[in-house]
Write a protein that binds this ligand. Sequence first.
Ligand SMILES: [Zn+2]
Length: 139
Amino acid sequence: MEQAVFESVRYSAVCQECGAELECWGTQALVDARLRWDVESTCSACGAAAAICGGDVPADRRDQMLSEHGPARLRVSSPSAEGVAIMRVLRAELGIDLISAKAVMRRVANGDYSGTLPEMEHLARKLRARGISAVATRP
Ligand SMILES: [Zn+2]
């Protein structure tokens, strides 16, 4: 059982109940080999609280995570020897075609492929499950 990896951001939105400022806490998590995005929110005025679980992380929250926590990089120890197997994992996990997988593969080989820590850790674990030595690192 591998440890869960979390990364959170705080942001505000507008309360659907009263229109005041809503304090939101979004968390991207890697739990049981799956990535998830959960949001908990509380209204500063009326106290309305909500929790929304599941779904994909919105692009602007992902950007906020990258700028507040910094990007993590995916590193593979022998990308040239494991190329085909790595591309197979990338295609399956990212839902991309062969041409895009080749481009991502080149970036991984150059140490130039990055994302949020839970995202990179997710790929690294999928690669390790296929016997490929991969790690997610943050400089
Ligand atoms: Zn409210």
